[in-house]
Design a protein around this ligand. Sequence first.
Ligand SMILES: Cc1cc2nc3c(=O)[nH]c(=O)nc-3n(C[C@H](O)[C@H](O)[C@H](O)COP(=O)(O)O)c2cc1C
Length: 165
Amino acid sequence: MNEVLKAIHDRRSVRAFRSQPVEPEALEAILDAGRWAPSGRNTQPWRFVVVESEAKRAELGKLVPQRDMVRTAPVTIAVLLDRAAGYDELKDAQAIGACAQNILLAAHALGLGACWIGRARDREIEALLGAREVEELMMLLPLGYPAETPPGRERRPLSELVRRI
Ligand SMILES: Cc1cc2nc3c(=O)[nH]c(=O)nc-3n(C[C@H](O)[C@H](O)[C@H](O)COP(=O)(O)O)c2cc1C
């Protein structure tokens, strides 16, 4: 199978991580994959805060429901939407989703695992991240070397999802 298609199929949400640090080059490549996502009018409204210090990871762990995931992940990438850079609420949100998926796929391609935490928008977390006034937290992406191999999750068959006209 084509390697991009294989990565799309094989990627799983990983929620348990080994303590092994993520190499700076790998992290850079993952952030770069996020940067290359498509966006409406190429506005690139994403901003990233990389949470990697032990102190910040512990603080963040206290503020999210999935505290163990965030506390044990050696890195959490917070993806923020810069409202000043964006131009359309719906399209900006779509662009941020594409960016997050690029990050998950890049992590997977490099042998890392990650999970998308969607319910992250919270004033206290934004303050901890040092978010600017125009920036809104969209998702948290804890990542690291997997300490689990999650089973493949079912997907509905295309026959249920597609209508041809
Ligand atoms: C918008 C969105 C929000 C999500 N929020 C969470 C979350 O808060 N916590 C969590 O453990 N997983 C979260 N996930 C991961 C999904 O549970 C997961 O992608 C789905 O169950 C399919 O599993 P897979 O990613 O292993 O294929 C989220 C995924 C998306 C796309």
